[in-house]
Design a protein around this ligand. Sequence first.
Ligand SMILES: O=C(O)[C@H](CS(=O)(=O)O)OP(=O)(O)O
Ligand SMILES: [Mg+2]
Length: 246
Amino acid sequence: MKIFIYHTPELTPIDIVPECAIAVDVLRATSTMATVLAAGGEAVQVFSDLDQLMTVSEQWPSEKRLRAGERGGAKVAGFELGNSPLDCTAELVAGRRLFISTTNGTRALKRIQNAPIVLAAALINRASVVKFLLEKQPETVWIVGSGWEGSYSLEDTVCAGAIAHSIWQQTNCSLTEISGNDEVIGAIALYSQWQNDLLGLLHQASHGQRLLGLECLEDLKYCSQIDTLDILPIQQEPGVLKSQNK
Ligand SMILES: O=C(O)[C@H](CS(=O)(=O)O)OP(=O)(O)O
Ligand SMILES: [Mg+2]
C-alpha cells in the first residue's frame, strides 16, 4: 500500500484516481458525517452548492431528510442543522438522510468522488478507517485534507498523519515503503509530536481559533478525540456516503 497525502483539494491531482481516496475534515465536516452515521442516519449526501442541495433534497420525503450546512461557521438560514457534530443526536438523525454543504469538507469529497473507493475520515473514526485499509489493502491511497478555502490546515494533516502512522505501526513496512510523497513523512511527524495533546493542537490551529471565537469549545473537544466511533462512512454513489454494511 502506497499512501499519498494532499493538504487541500486544490493540491490533489485531477487527471488520475487512486484505488482508495479519503477525505478528512476534522473541523468539522467529516467529524459530523461520522457522527450522523454512527447515530443511525440513513446516509449523508454532500453538496458544494446550496441551490443544488435544495433542489435534490426537495425530492426526498420531508420526514426522512435533514438539511445541514454552514457558511462562515454559522448555520444556513432555514436549515435544521449547522455543522456541529454535537447537534447530531440519534433522536434527530436516526433513519434520516443528511443533505449537507460546508465551506471545505464537502468540496474535498466532491474532488475525490470518482475514485472506486471513497471514505470520510476524522480523528474520531481513525481506527475504523485503518482497519478497512489493512483488510482491503488498496494499492494506492490518497488522503485529502479539506484545508481552509484552498490553504493548509493543521487539523486535517494531523489526522492524515494519524492514519498513516497507524498503518505504518501495524505493518512490517518501512516508512519508505508506505509513503508515496514527502507529505506523509511530515504528517506522521506532526502526529507523533502531538498525539498525546490533540486538543492542544486544535487550539493552536487557525480553524480551531476561529471556532473558539464562535464559542465552539465543546466541538473542539469532541473532534479532538481519537478512535471513539466505530464507523466507516463509505461512498455508495457519487456524493452519497453510508455506513459500511448498510
Ligand atoms: O463549519 C466548519 O467548521 C467549517 C467552516 S468555519 O471554519 O467554521 O467557518 O467548515 P468545514 O467545511 O467543516 O471546514
Ligand atoms: Mg475544516
